[in-house]
Design a protein around this ligand. Structure first.
Ligand SMILES: NC(=O)C1=CN([C@@H]2O[C@H](COP(=O)(O)OP(=O)(O)OC[C@H]3O[C@@H](n4cnc5c(N)ncnc54)[C@H](O)[C@@H]3O)[C@@H](O)[C@H]2O)C=CC1
Ligand SMILES: O=C(O)CCC(=O)C(=O)O
Length: 458
């Protein structure tokens, strides 16, 4: 057999293996579109690694990686302010703990279901591997909508949620944190109930805690800052920077606010942001301090911004955010918020770079369209890994009963984001002969997890 024939045989074996495993994943997870989307993106990008390491196929790494260690689903009854009992469904997926305790956030949002939790948990495995810290992959949440609930209702919900979750987690077992709808306040209530259930003060069981009982300085800012640090590395490689750039950010929650703050600090003008109702736009730049005040302290909608800044424009409908011209787009709200139409609008307006602050914010076809049109693409697994990386620093501080300063955390975060960029670009060049960071981040993280599976046996 000639060398080219041999290569063809090997390529066919890889394609056949991937096709067969994906078919099983589809059958086992019918209708779980977000999860299937996340799996497909990994499978489509790691072919060269399987080609070079056939042992991964012999040991059936793909089928082992896509099946969670366990998926927990539970009832969360709670009493509303009118005295009625409400029931929600809670979830925790413990995907794998090959590299460290299961680690990943909790999301409280009405759309939470097993597909959402599994896609997030699956992404978390690879993201956490990229951080270079000892953390495995997990995620959780509930179909509870905190919007419009009183503080007391949120507290009662959190305490009921933790009553069940507490039996499945622990500082060396599984360490949840925040995500959409779960911030410092919810983590505080969850921690309070865990402490009561266990009669034990174990700060390392949750991250994103208030500073007073073991939270890390810099955790609140870490995901947004980290996204901007990653995009900065990517831009610099193309002789470009945030200085003077026009930036559009979707969302106005934890990730979005701190991405806007850091981009502004680096000399960019943030011209637009959004919430689930609509967008605000000001070509002269938004006042980020004021935005933080209305979102974090006053819990207002973004439209409220225009009551003080009358020159800013409010546009109904969050999907309109991508029609505002910009050099850099940072989707920081939710999954699949940037679709093909949005990608086309961005390309038409000559966008230079897209940095994913949210998890899987771009649809599969949008990512490919952006790449085909030479837009620099910072994929979520790499770009938003700063939050969980600082969570791991919080765990380390809790273990050692010590505190890092905000400056120390920020310096560590910057170095971690630089390392993730370097590893991802190196893998892209080695396996894909390209600068494609989507491929690079997937391959760099996949190899770490696959090697751990091999080393730890069946
Ligand atoms: N909080 C963290 O440390 C991390 C969060 N992420 C991801 O970042 C994204 C945002 O999370 P957080 O900022 O923590 O949540 P958050 O609850 O603080 O904020 C979410 C924001 O998005 C807005 N929103 C929801 N759907 C929207 C839509 N379709 N269009 C525009 N805005 C919309 C909400 O109004 C809110 O302002 C999520 O995808 C999350 O999984 C990723 C890594 C870490
Ligand atoms: O800080 C953490 O543990 C998790 C953050 C998170 O949920 C994420 O990276 O998507």
């Amino acid at each position: 057999m000639s060398i080219s024939q041999l290569k063809e045989v090997k390529t066919n074996q890889v394609n056949e293996y991937i096709k067969n495993v994906y078919k099983k994943v589809e059958e086992r997870n019918e209708g779980e579109y977000e999860f299937l989307q996340a799996v497909r993106e990994i499978f489509d990008t790691i072919k060269p690694v399987l080609y070079d390491n056939p042992v991964y196929m012999k040991l059936n790494i793909l089928e082992r990686i896509v099946e969670p260690d366990r998926m927990i689903s539970f009832k969360v009854p709670w009493v509303d302010d009118e005295g009625y009992v409400q029931v929600n469904r809670g979830f925790r997926v413990q995907f794998n703990n090959l590299l460290g305790p299961y680690k990943g956030g909790l999301r409280f949002h009405p759309t939470v279901n097993s597909s959402i939790v599994k896609f997030l948990g699956f992404e978390q495995i690879f993201k956490n591997a990229l951080t270079g810290q000892s953390i495995g992959g997990g995620k959780g949440g509930a179909d509870f909508d905190p919007k419009g609930k009183s503080d007391l209702e949120i507290m009662r919900f959190c305490r009921s949620f933790m009553t069940e979750l507490s039996r499945h987690i622990g500082p060396n077992v599984d360490v949840p944190a925040g995500d959409i709808g779960v911030g410092e306040q919810e983590i505080g209530y969850l921690f309070g109930q865990y402490r009561k259930m266990r009669n034990s003060f174990e700060p390392g069981v949750l991250t994103g805690k208030p500073i007073a009982f073991g939270g890390s300085l810099g955790r609140k800012e870490a995901t947004g800052y980290g996204t901007v640090y990653f995009v900065k590395e990517m831009l610099e490689d193309s002789n470009y920077s945030f200085q003077g750039a026009k930036v559009v950010v979707s969302g106005s929650g934890n990730v979005a606010l701190y991405a806007m703050e850091k981009a502004t600090e680096l000399g960019a003008t943030v011209v637009a942001c959004s919430d689930s109702s609509g967008c605000i736009y000001d070509e002269n730049g938004l006042d980020i301090e004021f935005l933080k005040q209305i979102k974090e302290d006053e819990k207002e909608r973004v439209q409220h911004y225009t009551t003080v800044y009358s020159k800013a424009k409010y546009v109904e409908g969050c999907e309109n955010i991508w029609s505002f011209p910009c050099d850099i787009a940072l989707p920081c709200a939710t999954q699949n918020e940037l679709d093909m139409d949005a990608a086309k609008a961005l390309v038409k307006n000559n966008v230079k770079a897209v940095g994913e602050g949210a998890n899987m914010p771009c649809t599969y076809d949008a990512v490919n369209y952006l790449l085909e049109n030479d837009v620099l693409m910072a994929p979520a697994k790499a770009a938003n890994a700063g939050g969980v990386a600082v969570s791991a620093l919080e765990m380390a501080q809790n273990n050692m009963r010590t505190h890092l300063t905000k400056e120390e955390v920020d310096a560590r975060l910057q170095q971690i984001m630089k390392n993730i960029y370097a590893e991802s670009i190196e893998a892209a060049k080695k396996y894909d002969d390209s600068d494609n960071l989507v491929v690079g981040a997937n391959i760099a993280s996949f190899i770490k997890v696959a090697d751990a599976i091999v080393a730890q046996g069946v």
